[in-house]
Write a protein that binds this ligand. Structure first.
Ligand code: SF4
Length: 371
Protein backbone atom coordinates (compact mmCIF):
# COMPACT_ATOMS: atom_id res chain seq x y z
CA UNK A 1 0.00 0.00 0.00
CA UNK A 2 1.21 3.49 -0.83
CA UNK A 3 1.93 5.73 2.11
CA UNK A 4 0.53 9.25 1.73
CA UNK A 5 4.01 10.52 2.57
CA UNK A 6 5.41 9.03 -0.62
CA UNK A 7 2.93 10.61 -2.99
CA UNK A 8 3.60 13.70 -5.07
CA UNK A 9 0.35 15.31 -6.17
CA UNK A 10 0.77 17.10 -9.45
CA UNK A 11 -1.73 19.37 -11.20
CA UNK A 12 -1.63 21.52 -14.29
CA UNK A 13 -2.38 25.25 -14.08
CA UNK A 14 -2.87 26.35 -17.65
CA UNK A 15 -4.19 29.81 -16.88
CA UNK A 16 -4.50 32.18 -13.95
CA UNK A 17 -8.21 31.40 -13.57
CA UNK A 18 -7.37 27.71 -12.88
CA UNK A 19 -5.39 28.53 -9.75
CA UNK A 20 -8.05 28.31 -7.04
CA UNK A 21 -9.64 25.18 -8.54
CA UNK A 22 -6.23 23.50 -8.63
CA UNK A 23 -5.32 24.52 -5.07
CA UNK A 24 -8.74 23.36 -3.86
CA UNK A 25 -8.14 19.98 -5.48
CA UNK A 26 -4.60 19.72 -4.05
CA UNK A 27 -5.63 20.50 -0.47
CA UNK A 28 -8.22 17.73 -0.64
CA UNK A 29 -5.71 15.25 -2.01
CA UNK A 30 -2.98 16.11 0.44
CA UNK A 31 -5.47 16.12 3.31
CA UNK A 32 -4.68 19.59 4.62
CA UNK A 33 -7.86 19.61 6.67
CA UNK A 34 -7.93 15.97 7.78
CA UNK A 35 -7.69 16.89 11.45
CA UNK A 36 -4.39 18.62 10.86
CA UNK A 37 -5.71 22.04 11.87
CA UNK A 38 -7.71 22.30 15.06
CA UNK A 39 -9.51 25.35 16.39
CA UNK A 40 -7.01 27.93 17.61
CA UNK A 41 -3.94 26.26 16.07
CA UNK A 42 -1.29 28.60 14.74
CA UNK A 43 -0.43 27.72 11.15
CA UNK A 44 2.79 29.35 10.01
CA UNK A 45 2.79 30.07 6.29
CA UNK A 46 6.38 29.96 5.03
CA UNK A 47 6.45 31.60 1.60
CA UNK A 48 9.48 32.29 -0.54
CA UNK A 49 10.07 36.05 -0.37
CA UNK A 50 13.72 35.79 -1.28
CA UNK A 51 13.90 39.29 -2.79
CA UNK A 52 11.61 42.15 -3.85
CA UNK A 53 11.27 40.49 -7.23
CA UNK A 54 7.74 39.19 -7.95
CA UNK A 55 8.76 36.58 -10.53
CA UNK A 56 10.90 34.79 -7.94
CA UNK A 57 8.47 34.82 -5.04
CA UNK A 58 5.29 33.17 -3.76
CA UNK A 59 2.32 35.06 -5.16
CA UNK A 60 -0.21 36.78 -2.94
CA UNK A 61 -3.15 35.05 -4.62
CA UNK A 62 -1.95 31.65 -3.39
CA UNK A 63 -1.25 33.03 0.08
CA UNK A 64 -4.67 34.67 0.19
CA UNK A 65 -6.26 31.33 -0.69
CA UNK A 66 -4.49 29.52 2.15
CA UNK A 67 -5.23 32.28 4.67
CA UNK A 68 -8.94 31.82 3.92
CA UNK A 69 -8.75 28.03 4.15
CA UNK A 70 -6.83 28.04 7.43
CA UNK A 71 -9.39 30.39 8.96
CA UNK A 72 -12.26 28.27 7.69
CA UNK A 73 -10.68 25.32 9.51
CA UNK A 74 -10.50 27.35 12.74
CA UNK A 75 -6.74 27.93 12.58
CA UNK A 76 -4.81 31.17 12.95
CA UNK A 77 -2.68 31.95 9.90
CA UNK A 78 0.65 33.70 10.43
CA UNK A 79 3.12 34.60 7.67
CA UNK A 80 6.84 34.58 8.45
CA UNK A 81 9.94 35.04 6.35
CA UNK A 82 13.48 36.37 6.15
CA UNK A 83 14.64 37.29 2.65
CA UNK A 84 17.81 36.06 0.97
CA UNK A 85 21.03 36.95 2.79
CA UNK A 86 21.83 39.92 0.56
CA UNK A 87 18.31 41.39 0.56
CA UNK A 88 16.37 43.57 3.00
CA UNK A 89 13.37 41.68 4.36
CA UNK A 90 11.38 44.75 5.42
CA UNK A 91 11.79 46.38 1.99
CA UNK A 92 10.92 43.07 0.33
CA UNK A 93 7.64 42.92 2.28
CA UNK A 94 6.91 46.52 1.35
CA UNK A 95 7.72 46.27 -2.36
CA UNK A 96 5.94 42.94 -2.91
CA UNK A 97 2.83 44.35 -1.23
CA UNK A 98 2.97 41.80 1.61
CA UNK A 99 2.68 44.44 4.34
CA UNK A 100 -0.41 45.94 2.78
CA UNK A 101 -1.89 42.48 2.23
CA UNK A 102 -1.25 41.43 5.84
CA UNK A 103 -2.83 44.62 7.15
CA UNK A 104 -5.88 44.26 4.93
CA UNK A 105 -6.36 40.59 5.78
CA UNK A 106 -5.43 41.12 9.44
CA UNK A 107 -2.78 38.42 9.34
CA UNK A 108 0.26 38.60 11.58
CA UNK A 109 3.36 39.13 9.44
CA UNK A 110 6.68 38.22 11.03
CA UNK A 111 9.96 39.58 9.76
CA UNK A 112 12.25 36.93 11.24
CA UNK A 113 15.21 39.34 11.08
CA UNK A 114 13.48 41.43 13.74
CA UNK A 115 12.05 38.65 15.82
CA UNK A 116 13.37 36.39 18.52
CA UNK A 117 15.70 33.56 17.63
CA UNK A 118 16.50 30.60 19.78
CA UNK A 119 19.34 28.15 19.23
CA UNK A 120 19.11 24.48 18.41
CA UNK A 121 21.45 21.65 17.48
CA UNK A 122 21.41 20.95 13.74
CA UNK A 123 22.65 17.36 13.42
CA UNK A 124 26.46 17.38 13.73
CA UNK A 125 26.74 20.89 12.26
CA UNK A 126 26.54 22.54 15.64
CA UNK A 127 24.10 25.08 16.99
CA UNK A 128 22.15 27.41 14.71
CA UNK A 129 19.82 30.32 15.42
CA UNK A 130 16.25 29.59 14.42
CA UNK A 131 13.10 31.73 14.55
CA UNK A 132 11.11 30.82 17.67
CA UNK A 133 7.86 31.23 15.74
CA UNK A 134 8.86 28.34 13.47
CA UNK A 135 9.34 25.98 16.40
CA UNK A 136 6.20 27.12 18.18
CA UNK A 137 3.75 26.84 15.25
CA UNK A 138 1.36 23.90 15.33
CA UNK A 139 1.73 23.38 11.60
CA UNK A 140 4.05 24.74 8.92
CA UNK A 141 2.50 25.35 5.54
CA UNK A 142 5.47 25.50 3.20
CA UNK A 143 4.81 27.51 0.02
CA UNK A 144 8.03 27.56 -2.02
CA UNK A 145 8.61 28.41 -5.66
CA UNK A 146 10.42 25.83 -7.78
CA UNK A 147 13.56 27.27 -9.43
CA UNK A 148 16.99 26.39 -10.66
CA UNK A 149 19.81 27.46 -8.34
CA UNK A 150 23.44 28.21 -9.12
CA UNK A 151 24.86 26.25 -6.16
CA UNK A 152 22.34 23.60 -5.15
CA UNK A 153 21.10 23.12 -8.76
CA UNK A 154 17.48 23.56 -7.75
CA UNK A 155 15.54 25.13 -4.91
CA UNK A 156 12.04 24.13 -3.86
CA UNK A 157 10.37 22.64 -0.81
CA UNK A 158 13.49 21.42 1.04
CA UNK A 159 15.61 24.57 0.85
CA UNK A 160 12.72 26.89 1.69
CA UNK A 161 13.16 26.16 5.41
CA UNK A 162 16.50 28.01 5.34
CA UNK A 163 14.51 31.22 5.79
CA UNK A 164 13.82 30.13 9.39
CA UNK A 165 17.50 30.54 10.26
CA UNK A 166 19.12 33.83 11.20
CA UNK A 167 21.27 35.36 8.50
CA UNK A 168 24.34 34.64 10.64
CA UNK A 169 23.50 30.93 10.71
CA UNK A 170 22.77 30.89 6.98
CA UNK A 171 26.14 32.48 6.30
CA UNK A 172 27.75 29.82 8.48
CA UNK A 173 26.01 27.00 6.56
CA UNK A 174 27.16 28.46 3.25
CA UNK A 175 30.71 27.48 4.07
CA UNK A 176 29.91 24.43 6.27
CA UNK A 177 28.31 21.62 4.25
CA UNK A 178 25.35 23.57 2.89
CA UNK A 179 23.45 20.51 1.66
CA UNK A 180 23.81 18.66 4.97
CA UNK A 181 22.37 21.73 6.68
CA UNK A 182 19.44 21.97 4.26
CA UNK A 183 18.59 18.29 4.72
CA UNK A 184 18.90 18.37 8.52
CA UNK A 185 16.71 21.46 8.74
CA UNK A 186 13.97 20.01 6.52
CA UNK A 187 13.97 16.86 8.68
CA UNK A 188 13.40 19.00 11.79
CA UNK A 189 10.12 20.09 10.21
CA UNK A 190 8.70 16.72 9.28
CA UNK A 191 4.94 16.98 9.48
CA UNK A 192 4.84 20.17 7.40
CA UNK A 193 2.67 20.33 4.31
CA UNK A 194 4.14 21.57 1.06
CA UNK A 195 2.55 23.28 -1.93
CA UNK A 196 5.17 23.99 -4.58
CA UNK A 197 4.49 26.65 -7.18
CA UNK A 198 5.97 25.25 -10.40
CA UNK A 199 4.04 27.43 -12.80
CA UNK A 200 7.20 28.91 -14.29
CA UNK A 201 10.47 27.52 -15.52
CA UNK A 202 12.82 29.82 -13.60
CA UNK A 203 16.48 29.62 -14.50
CA UNK A 204 17.82 31.19 -11.30
CA UNK A 205 16.79 31.91 -7.71
CA UNK A 206 16.18 35.65 -8.24
CA UNK A 207 17.12 37.39 -11.50
CA UNK A 208 15.72 34.72 -13.70
CA UNK A 209 14.52 34.00 -17.20
CA UNK A 210 10.97 32.73 -17.03
CA UNK A 211 8.78 30.65 -19.29
CA UNK A 212 5.60 28.71 -18.56
CA UNK A 213 5.88 25.33 -16.86
CA UNK A 214 2.26 25.28 -15.62
CA UNK A 215 2.43 22.96 -12.60
CA UNK A 216 1.48 23.13 -8.95
CA UNK A 217 2.68 20.27 -6.73
CA UNK A 218 1.70 19.24 -3.24
CA UNK A 219 2.73 16.56 -0.79
CA UNK A 220 3.99 15.62 2.64
CA UNK A 221 7.57 14.78 1.69
CA UNK A 222 9.66 17.75 0.50
CA UNK A 223 12.39 15.47 -0.87
CA UNK A 224 10.06 13.59 -3.24
CA UNK A 225 8.50 16.87 -4.34
CA UNK A 226 11.89 18.38 -5.17
CA UNK A 227 12.99 15.18 -6.90
CA UNK A 228 10.01 15.38 -9.24
CA UNK A 229 10.46 19.16 -9.48
CA UNK A 230 14.05 18.79 -10.61
CA UNK A 231 12.88 16.51 -13.41
CA UNK A 232 10.33 19.13 -14.46
CA UNK A 233 13.17 21.66 -14.56
CA UNK A 234 15.26 19.23 -16.69
CA UNK A 235 17.85 19.01 -13.94
CA UNK A 236 19.15 15.52 -13.26
CA UNK A 237 18.09 14.75 -9.65
CA UNK A 238 21.28 12.70 -9.31
CA UNK A 239 23.25 15.94 -9.60
CA UNK A 240 21.32 17.57 -6.75
CA UNK A 241 23.34 16.65 -3.66
CA UNK A 242 20.56 17.18 -1.16
CA UNK A 243 18.35 14.72 -3.07
CA UNK A 244 20.79 11.82 -2.82
CA UNK A 245 19.05 8.75 -1.49
CA UNK A 246 15.46 9.89 -2.10
CA UNK A 247 13.37 6.72 -1.98
CA UNK A 248 10.60 5.55 -4.27
CA UNK A 249 7.64 7.85 -4.61
CA UNK A 250 4.46 7.81 -6.60
CA UNK A 251 3.18 10.69 -8.72
CA UNK A 252 -0.56 11.13 -8.66
CA UNK A 253 -2.26 13.47 -11.07
CA UNK A 254 -0.65 15.09 -14.02
CA UNK A 255 2.62 13.71 -15.35
CA UNK A 256 3.95 15.09 -18.61
CA UNK A 257 3.87 12.55 -21.46
CA UNK A 258 7.57 12.94 -21.67
CA UNK A 259 9.51 14.39 -18.80
CA UNK A 260 12.21 16.67 -20.19
CA UNK A 261 15.55 14.93 -20.51
CA UNK A 262 17.48 15.51 -17.31
CA UNK A 263 20.65 17.49 -17.79
CA UNK A 264 23.52 17.22 -15.36
CA UNK A 265 24.74 20.71 -14.52
CA UNK A 266 28.30 21.63 -15.43
CA UNK A 267 30.46 20.15 -12.69
CA UNK A 268 33.09 22.88 -13.00
CA UNK A 269 30.59 25.72 -13.07
CA UNK A 270 28.94 24.41 -9.91
CA UNK A 271 32.34 23.95 -8.20
CA UNK A 272 33.38 27.50 -9.09
CA UNK A 273 30.14 28.98 -7.73
CA UNK A 274 30.40 26.89 -4.60
CA UNK A 275 34.03 27.81 -3.93
CA UNK A 276 33.45 31.49 -4.65
CA UNK A 277 30.40 31.77 -2.39
CA UNK A 278 31.93 29.65 0.34
CA UNK A 279 35.10 31.80 0.37
CA UNK A 280 33.17 35.07 0.33
CA UNK A 281 30.86 34.02 3.16
CA UNK A 282 33.83 32.80 5.23
CA UNK A 283 35.77 36.05 4.69
CA UNK A 284 32.66 38.04 5.51
CA UNK A 285 32.26 36.17 8.80
CA UNK A 286 35.89 36.87 9.72
CA UNK A 287 35.61 40.53 8.72
CA UNK A 288 32.40 41.06 10.72
CA UNK A 289 33.72 39.33 13.84
CA UNK A 290 37.09 41.14 13.78
CA UNK A 291 36.10 44.58 12.54
CA UNK A 292 32.34 44.65 13.15
CA UNK A 293 30.16 46.66 10.80
CA UNK A 294 27.79 45.44 8.13
CA UNK A 295 28.18 42.41 5.92
CA UNK A 296 30.02 42.95 2.62
CA UNK A 297 27.87 40.34 0.87
CA UNK A 298 25.20 42.74 -0.51
CA UNK A 299 27.90 44.92 -2.09
CA UNK A 300 29.65 41.87 -3.54
CA UNK A 301 26.38 40.73 -5.08
CA UNK A 302 25.95 44.23 -6.48
CA UNK A 303 29.25 44.03 -8.34
CA UNK A 304 29.36 40.31 -9.13
CA UNK A 305 25.64 39.82 -9.71
CA UNK A 306 23.35 42.45 -11.20
CA UNK A 307 22.99 46.15 -10.56
CA UNK A 308 21.34 49.01 -12.44
CA UNK A 309 23.12 52.03 -13.87
CA UNK A 310 21.61 55.20 -15.32
CA UNK A 311 21.91 55.30 -19.12
CA UNK A 312 21.45 58.28 -21.44
CA UNK A 313 18.57 60.28 -20.02
CA UNK A 314 17.40 63.87 -20.06
CA UNK A 315 16.90 65.66 -16.76
CA UNK A 316 13.15 65.22 -17.11
CA UNK A 317 13.50 61.48 -17.76
CA UNK A 318 15.80 61.15 -14.76
CA UNK A 319 13.22 62.80 -12.55
CA UNK A 320 10.59 60.36 -13.85
CA UNK A 321 12.95 57.46 -13.18
CA UNK A 322 13.55 58.57 -9.62
CA UNK A 323 9.81 58.30 -8.95
CA UNK A 324 9.94 54.59 -9.82
CA UNK A 325 12.47 53.79 -7.11
CA UNK A 326 10.80 52.68 -3.86
CA UNK A 327 13.83 53.56 -1.73
CA UNK A 328 14.98 56.85 -3.25
CA UNK A 329 18.22 55.37 -4.58
CA UNK A 330 18.26 57.43 -7.79
CA UNK A 331 20.24 60.57 -7.14
CA UNK A 332 19.05 63.33 -9.48
CA UNK A 333 21.88 65.73 -8.68
CA UNK A 334 24.66 63.21 -9.16
CA UNK A 335 22.78 61.48 -11.99
CA UNK A 336 23.57 58.04 -10.57
CA UNK A 337 22.25 55.27 -8.36
CA UNK A 338 23.38 55.24 -4.74
CA UNK A 339 24.79 51.77 -4.14
CA UNK A 340 24.27 51.93 -0.39
CA UNK A 341 20.53 52.45 -0.90
CA UNK A 342 19.98 50.04 -3.79
CA UNK A 343 22.31 47.10 -3.02
CA UNK A 344 19.98 45.31 -0.57
CA UNK A 345 16.91 45.95 -2.75
CA UNK A 346 17.78 45.64 -6.47
CA UNK A 347 14.12 45.34 -7.43
CA UNK A 348 14.97 46.47 -11.01
CA UNK A 349 11.75 48.50 -11.20
CA UNK A 350 13.75 51.35 -12.72
CA UNK A 351 14.92 48.96 -15.46
CA UNK A 352 11.65 47.16 -16.16
CA UNK A 353 9.37 50.16 -16.00
CA UNK A 354 11.43 52.57 -18.08
CA UNK A 355 12.07 52.77 -21.79
CA UNK A 356 14.86 50.65 -23.18
CA UNK A 357 18.33 52.13 -22.64
CA UNK A 358 17.35 54.56 -19.89
CA UNK A 359 18.63 52.12 -17.28
CA UNK A 360 21.39 49.63 -18.08
CA UNK A 361 22.15 46.46 -16.17
CA UNK A 362 25.74 45.88 -15.07
CA UNK A 363 27.58 43.08 -13.26
CA UNK A 364 28.38 39.52 -14.36
CA UNK A 365 24.81 38.36 -13.73
CA UNK A 366 23.47 40.89 -16.22
CA UNK A 367 25.10 38.95 -19.06
CA UNK A 368 22.61 36.11 -18.52
CA UNK A 369 19.57 38.17 -17.60
CA UNK A 370 17.08 38.92 -20.34
CA UNK A 371 14.15 39.84 -18.11
S1 SF4 B 1 17.59 51.99 -8.13
FE1 SF4 B 1 16.30 50.66 -9.36
S2 SF4 B 1 16.86 48.59 -8.73
FE2 SF4 B 1 17.67 49.98 -7.17
S3 SF4 B 1 16.08 50.00 -5.64
FE3 SF4 B 1 15.71 51.73 -7.00
S4 SF4 B 1 14.26 50.95 -8.53
FE4 SF4 B 1 15.12 49.18 -7.46
Amino acid sequence: MREAKNIVYSEKVMQESDLFRVLESLIKKVGLFDNRILKGDTVLIKPNFVAPFPKATTDLKSIDFFVTKIREAGGIPVIGESSGFEFDTEATFQILGIKEFAEERKVELINFDKTEYTTMELSDLGRVEIAKAALEAKLILNLPVLKKHSITQITGAVKNFLGFLSKTSRRYLHFHRLEDGIVALARKFEGSIHFVDARHMLSRAVFSQSRPLNYYLAGLDPFSLDHFGSRLLSVNPESVKYLKGVGQYHIEGFIPDELPLPVTGSFFKERIYRMTYSTLYRLDTIKCSLLGGNSMIPSLHWYLGIHPEIGKVTQEELEELSLLCPVGAINIEKRNITREKCARIRCLKCYHQSKSGKVILRGFGSLRYRG
